[in-house]
Design a protein around this ligand. Structure first.
Ligand SMILES: Cc1ncc(COP(=O)(O)O)c(C=O)c1O
Length: 395
């Protein structure tokens, strides 16, 4: 049976790098060498210098390429390094149509850096395909999708966007950080470049910063390899090994976290102190059906909104189990405050335009027992109710 026929969870373990051919080791060796001896003046070996190629990094690149259904993978020193390098496929004078609900670091790269190099952009609500079409210009060369998006969990129709792109010979980038290839494989839906902050679910343990890119088209692969080597923001071998190790348990982690996320989202949606829950796994999410049609699950990240920032603050100071931190996709649940964390690069005005309020909190569900999390949230919400009553009485 070739590995192509294996189920996804089997592929996570049984791939071309499951055994080191030199020693039989069942863990990919960490190759620290920065340079490689050449035995012949005219014929160099496969590796010469570690920025251009390193066997441990290459193992990770092969593994992610196979999992995403691509031909070539690339590992970078962070998700932003992957995204920024992939943007270098564009040239001065080009225009990007980009989703307005996008990770703050990507927003900063597009608005503050690419503009200086003559690369234009238009932000659109990608859930509205008419807006996407209307934003296309004669110099549009790329569409940038993040789905589900950070932090409002909007879902974009990947197939529809890639069909627009193909009509005008543009490329489609998809940031697949929230779902990973476990639940969503954008290349199969026509995307050209899949991007990851591998810092998140792929590695999964809050112990490494890494980024990945995958392409299907071989020509595009050659261009991206040249950019990875030119820009040089490559992932070190130790970190590549940590991501490889994390990937082995991706299925069990994500399945468990998603199951808990569904339960927690339902609990929050019923709670009178929660104004809104953003989670594509809820039936009343506006793109619930689309999500089901293009992904195998809604994932383990959700956002929810309080009545006001004060209520959010009381909740945060009373909640005990999740860490309050920048990041997501880890074994421990993480609460973050988009306005001051992931989206601090956006001005208050830009955030408001997008509906990212100061009363919004994002939750990445980890591997704790969901009932413990729900009990913890219940007691913190009880504190919110008490404090709000005291405040109202003082008015
Ligand atoms: C959706 C998304 N894309 C990209 C990034 C950037 O990745 P990194 O922090 O690894 O540079 C993040 C980080 O939070 C993210 O949430």
């Amino acid at each position: 049976m070739s590995s192509e026929n294996y189920s996804f969870e089997t592929k996570l373990l049984h791939n071309q790098h499951k055994v080191d051919p030199a020693t039989g080791a069942v863990s990919v060796p960490i190759q620290h060498a920065s340079t490689f001896h050449q035995f012949d003046l005219d014929r160099y070996g496969k590796y010469d210098y570690a920025r251009s190629g390193n066997p441990t990094r290459e193992a990770l690149e092969d593994v992610i390429a196979e999992l995403e259904g691509g031909t070539r993978g690339f590992a970078f020193s962070s998700g932003m390094a992957a995204i920024s390098t992939a943007f270098l496929l564009l040239s001065s004078g080009d225009h990007i149509v980009i989703t307005d609900d996008v990770y703050g670091g990507t927003y900063r790269m597009v608005t503050q850096v690419l503009t200086r190099f003559g690369i234009e952009h238009t932000f659109v609500d990608m859930t509205d395909l008419d807006q996407v079409k209307a934003a296309i210009k004669p110099n549009t060369k790329a569409f940038y999708v993040e789905t589900p998006s950070n932090p409002l969990l909007k879902v974009t129709d990947i197939k529809a966007i890639t069909s627009f792109a193909k009509e005008i010979n543009a490329i489609t980038y998809v940031d697949n950080t929230f779902l990973t290839p476990e639940y969503q494989r954008p290349l199969e839906l026509g995307a050209d470049v899949v991007l990851h902050s591998a810092t998140k679910f792929l590695s999964g343990h809050s112990d490494v910063v890494a980024g990945l890119a995958v392409v299907k088209d071989e020509e595009l692969g050659k261009r991206l390899y040249s950019l990875q080597n030119s820009f040089g923001a490559v992932l070190g071998p130790q970190d590549a090994w940590l991501v490889l190790r994390g990937i082995k348990t991706l299925h069990v982690r994500l399945e468990q976290s998603q199951k808990s996320a569904i339960k927690i989202a339902e609990f929050l949606a019923e709670h009178p102190l929660i104004e809104e829950v953003y989670y594509p796994g809820l039936e009343n999410h506006p793109q619930h059906e689309l999500q089901k049609s293009q992904a195998a699950g809604p994932g383990a990240v959700l956002s929810f909104e309080f009545q006001n920032e004060k209520a959010l603050q009381v909740f945060l100071t009373n909640v005990k189990i999740p860490v309050f931190a920048v990041s997501l996709g880890a074994v421990e649940s993480i609460l973050s405050f988009p306005a001051k964390m992931s989206h601090a690069a956006m001005s208050q005005e830009e955030r408001e335009k997008r509906g990212i309020k100061n009363s919004l909190i994002r939750l990445s569900v980890g591997l704790e027992n969901p009932d413990d999390l729900i009990n913890d949230f219940s007691q913190a919400l009880h504190q919110v109710k008490e404090k709000l009553l005291v405040l109202q009485q003082g008015e």
